[in-house]
Design a binder for this molecule. Sequence first.
Ligand SMILES: Cc1cc2nc3c(=O)[nH]c(=O)nc-3n(C[C@H](O)[C@H](O)[C@H](O)COP(=O)(O)OP(=O)(O)OC[C@H]3O[C@@H](n4cnc5c(N)ncnc54)[C@H](O)[C@@H]3O)c2cc1C
Length: 287
Amino acid sequence: MKEQYDVLIIGGGAAGISAAKTLWLSGCRSIAIIEHKPSLGGILLQCAHTGFGAGLDGRDYAETLLMDFPKDIPCFCSTTVIRLFPDRSALLSNGHIIRFRLLILATGCREIPFGSLPVTGTRPSGAFTAGQMQEMINCHHYLPEGPAVILGSGDIGLIMAWQLLELGLKVTVVEKESHMTGLPVNRARLTGRDICFLPGTTILEIKGMPSLSGVTLSDGRFIPCRLLLSAVGLLPQRELLEGRKIPDWILPAGNCSHIHSRIESVIKEGASTAVKVLSLLDRAPSI
Ligand SMILES: Cc1cc2nc3c(=O)[nH]c(=O)nc-3n(C[C@H](O)[C@H](O)[C@H](O)COP(=O)(O)OP(=O)(O)OC[C@H]3O[C@@H](n4cnc5c(N)ncnc54)[C@H](O)[C@@H]3O)c2cc1C
């Protein structure tokens, strides 16, 4: 690992991969990717559903994306950036400090857990975010037990409803709107499936401790469950900025910039961010 690069990319998901490829193909050789997980791919690696490109699932799409990835781009996986400093340096989990001229922040998004929602009651084992459960099932072969309740019928809620049905669980989806809010492709996955959809209501209280026993809805009903997933939205993952305004030497890309529902727009934004970085490099102070 060198001590300095012209461009540092934090996050090796679709946006980071796309940005790195574009920079490299444009002749920029002083770049590196830092990725928290053991391999590149980001959220794609936990997506077992089809819907990426031409009928691929997330893992196949990641494989395709990495097929022509230049092998000489330094990628430091299983390494986390834990702090950014105003002098354009980053502290890594392995203790190294890397200096850079420009930074592409491609750290993806985070989910909203029950702890952040106006839901009373307990926070027992059995309550997760939808993405956490998706990773546990698809990457770590965890087999959850039902019945399951999912709060939110956006894309991730519907994808997880489909996946839990495939595993044979009884699934209830609770949604405050009057209709399912996810993309048509994700609603279509559930057509004809034995799912309980409860529109126009929300979860008021979680019950059970230490294990989940069920939830009370805003219409007073109690739904017994052993698994509860929150799927109520995603927020750009920008904790590294520690609440500061984004300085002009940091360029966010992918879900870290704004939440994208299609992979194509993430790839496009990764590439366009790289082009912007190339145009800024001449003027960026040397290290
Ligand atoms: C659950 C889900 C399902 C989706 N399904 C579809 C679909 O069916 N079809 C479709 O076209 N699109 C889908 N999308 C949209 C699209 O695929 C994703 O938005 C896209 O893959 C996100 O790429 P990204 O690079 O922005 O973020 P991510 O893939 O999340 O990558 C961010 C990376 O940054 C790393 N990271 C974060 N912080 C640090 C740090 N401090 N140090 C080092 N590394 C760090 C993370 O480990 C992660 O690997 C889905 C999105 C989600 C969330």
